[in-house]
Design a protein around this ligand. Structure first.
Ligand SMILES: NC(=O)c1ccc[n+]([C@@H]2O[C@H](COP(=O)([O-])OP(=O)(O)OC[C@H]3O[C@@H](n4cnc5c(N)ncnc54)[C@H](OP(=O)(O)O)[C@@H]3O)[C@@H](O)[C@H]2O)c1
Length: 304
C-alpha cells in the first residue's frame, strides 16, 4: 500500500567462505532479503555458482563490527575454531534481539557459543552442502544444500527463510541423533587427511577396517550422549565413502593440503572430549587428532 513501509528481513552472514557464500547465494535466489556479509577482509563482490545457475549476491559488506547495523537474523559460517572472533559481531548485529544460526560441523554448537549468546536465541544447524571457495569473491557449490534444524519455533522460522531457494531445510525431532550421525561420518574423514589421499583410499580393506573402528568409537560416545545410532551405521558410512568418486576431497584433507588450520578439535576432538566425560575410551580418534595436529600451521610454524 502506498506510504506503507515494507519490511525486508535483514540477514547478516558472519564468515563469507564456502558455506557462508553458498548461504548468501541461496538467500539471494529468493530476492527477499537485505544481506550483509561480515568479513575480515573487504569483499567487493560475491559470485556463487549453484547447481541451478550463477547468482551475483547484492550485499553490504562490513569488515568491522563498528560498520555493521542490527539485523533480523545472523548466520555464523566461520570454522568452529573461529567462534570467538565470530561472536565479536553479535553485540551490534543482535542489538534488536536477532537469533543466531550456527552453520558448523561438530556437535558442540551450543557449548561453543554459550559464553556469547543466550541459548534461547541460538539455533544449531547441520549442513550438507559441498562447497568451495576457489578465489576471494567466488564460491562454487557442487551439489544440493540440505540443512537440518530442531523442529521448534526458531527452526521453523529459519526454514521459512529459505522458501524460494533451492536449499532444503529438514526439521528434525531428534537433533542430537542427526548431529552425531554427521559426526560419525566426519570422524572417519580423518583417514583421508592422515593418508593425504582422497575418498578412494577407503576402498582399501585395511583402511576400511580402521574406518569402522573409528566410527564405532564415535557411535559408542554418541549413544552415551543420547543419540539413537544403529549398529549398522559404521558400515553405512563406509559404503557412502566407497560410493563417492575416488578423487573426492573432504575439507580436512583440503585444509591440510592448502596449509590451512584443520577443524580436528570440533570433529575427532569432540569424540575424545565427550568420550572422556562418559569414561569411553577413544584411542583411534585421539590418535587422529594428535597426528593431524602435528600438521596444523601453528605447530609447523613452531618447528615441531
Ligand atoms: N565447505 C563445505 O563443503 C562444508 C560442508 C559442510 C559443513 N561445513 C562446515 O561449515 C563451516 C564453515 O566451513 P567453510 O568450508 O565455509 O570454511 P571457510 O571456507 O574457511 O570459511 C570460513 C570463513 O569465515 C571467515 N571468518 C573467520 N573468522 C571471522 C570473523 N571473525 N569475522 C568474519 N569472518 C570470519 C573466514 O575468513 P578468511 O577468508 O579471512 O579466512 C572464512 O571466509 C565449518 O564448520 C565446516 O566444517 C563445510
Amino acid at each position: 500500500m502506498e506510504g506503507q513501509e515494507v519490511h525486508v528481513a535483514r540477514i547478516a552472514i558472519v564468515g563469507a567462505g564456502a558455506i557462508g557464500g553458498a548461504i548468501a547465494g541461496l538467500l539471494e535466489m529468493t530476492g527477499e532479503y537485505e544481506i550483509t556479509l561480515c568479513t575480515r577482509r573487504p569483499l567487493p563482490q560475491l559470485t556463487v555458482e549453484l547447481p541451478s545457475g550463477v547468482v551475483l549476491v547484492k550485499a553490504h559488506n562490513a569488515t568491522d563490527p563498528e560498520d555493521a547495523r542490527p539485523v533480523d537474523w545472523v548466520m555464523v559460517a566461520t570454522k568452529a575454531y573461529d567462534a570467538e572472533g565470530a561472536a565479536r559481531w553479535f553485540p551490534v548485529l543482535c542489538a534488536q534481539g536477532a537469533p543466531i544460526a550456527v552453520l558448523q560441523n561438530g556437535v558442540e554448537h551450543r557449548e561453543r557459543f554459550a559464553p556469547y549468546v543466550d541459548q534461547a536465541r541460538l539455533l544449531p544447524v547441520i549442513i550438507d552442502c559441498p562447497a568451495e571457495r576457489p578465489a576471494d569473491g567466488m564460491v562454487r557449490v557442487r551439489g544440493p544444500a540440505l540443512m537440518r534444524v530442531e523442529s521448534k519455533p526458531l527452526g521453523r522460522e529459519f526454514a521459512a527463510l529459505f522458501a524460494g531457494s533451492s536449499a532444503s531445510v529438514e526439521l528434525v525431532g531428534d537433533f542430537v541423533t542427526a548431529a552425531w550421525r554427521k559426526l560419525c561420518l566426519n570422524s572417519v574423514g580423518a583417514l583421508s587427511a592422515l593418508t593425504l589421499k582422497p575418498a578412494g583410499v577407503l576402498r582399501d580393506e585395511n583402511l576400511g577396517r580402521l574406518a569402522l573402528a573409528i566410527a564405532a568409537e564415535c557411535i559408542a560416545v554418541g549413544r552415551a550422549e543420547g543419540a539413537q545410532l544403529s549398529d549398522s551405521l559404521g558400515e553405512e558410512i563406509l559404503a557412502l565413502y566407497r560410493g563417492q568418486p575416488a578423487d573426492s576431497v573432504n575439507s580436512l584433507l583440503a585444509d591440510r593440503l592448502a596449509g590451512k588450520r584443520m577443524e580436528t578439535d570440533a570433529r575427532n576432538g569432540a569424540v575424545v572430549r565427550k568420550g572422556e566425560e562418559h569414561g569411553i575410551p577413544t584411542p583411534l580418534n585421539r590418535m587422529a587428532v594428535t597426528l593431524l595436529d602435528m600438521h596444523q600451521p601453528q605447530t609447523m610454524k613452531a618447528g615441531l
